[in-house]
Design a protein around this ligand. Structure first.
Ligand code: HEC
Ligand code: HEC
Length: 164
């Protein structure tokens, strides 16, 4: 009775290993920001907009954002205290200045030390990367907001922000 079990187990092991290798390979060559992997954060921070990758802002920014969720860009994005605690810990532990990731380092490079912007779209480097985009493109009804990353970055939800 062991026979049907064994191949199943090894097949799923092989799948797991190759998925890991693939992710690593693509991450190395692309502009990859690991997407939110924490369920509470994905649920609470992904309902109105993309759950922004934690590595796109420094920990101080996440702390500030989490400290004023009742006044969140004109919305009330409050969560209960237990969820806020989980989310704050997840975002700060994986923030751009704690993860050591290559591309978040680049995105935060021109940020003044100690600065805690509330928006990714306010980062000097983000502005520079998007400087060639014309006003008409931002105003396109399919885009509407600079924060609507997925309108232009098809792979945003998977963590990819190169320009295909
Ligand atoms: C009730 C809706 C709502 C929820 C829930 C919500 N947000 Fe937002 N968020 C907004 C709005 C509205 C904006 C402004 C979007 C714009 O400028 O187009 C925004 C913008 C942001 C931005 C700045 C985007 C930029 O311009 O770079 C960050 C960062 C952000 N939210 C983080 C979070 C986090 C973290 C959570 C979870 C704790 C969260 N949001 C939950 C509505 C929400
Ligand atoms: C109107 C379309 C549009 C929106 C909306 C947009 N981007 Fe971009 N983004 C671009 C284009 C086009 C480029 C490529 C610029 C270049 O290569 O010259 C780019 C480049 C980037 C890069 C640099 C990647 C590289 O190849 O160097 C990052 C990171 C990025 N965007 C993140 C974001 C994030 C995060 C958001 C949302 C907060 C966002 N973008 C919203 C169009 C957009």
């Amino acid at each position: 009775m062991n026979i049907p079990v064994r191949p199943l187990v090894s097949a799923s092991l092989i799948l797991a290993v190759s998925a890991f290798v693939l992710t690593g390979a693509v991450a190395d060559g692309g502009h990859y920001f690991p997407p939110v992997a924490d369920k509470t954060t994905a649920d609470e921070c992904g309902s109105c907009h993309l759950a922004f990758p934690p590595s796109m802002l420094p920990a101080a920014s996440w702390r500030k954002l989490m400290g004023q969720l009742d006044q969140h860009f004109g919305d009330d994005a409050s969560v209960d205290a237990a969820s806020a605690d989980i989310i704050t810990r997840y975002l700060t532990a994986n923030a751009g200045d704690s993860s050591g990731l290559r591309f978040s380092g680049k995105l935060l490079r021109d940020l003044a030390p100690g600065a805690a912007p509330l928006r990714i779209t306010d980062l000097p480097r983000w502005k520079r990367e998007h400087r060639k985009i014309r006003a008409a493109e931002w105003a396109d009804p399919k885009v509407k907001s600079k924060a609507n990353c997925a309108a232009c970055h098809e792979g945003a939800a998977r963590g990819y922000f190169d320009d295909d």
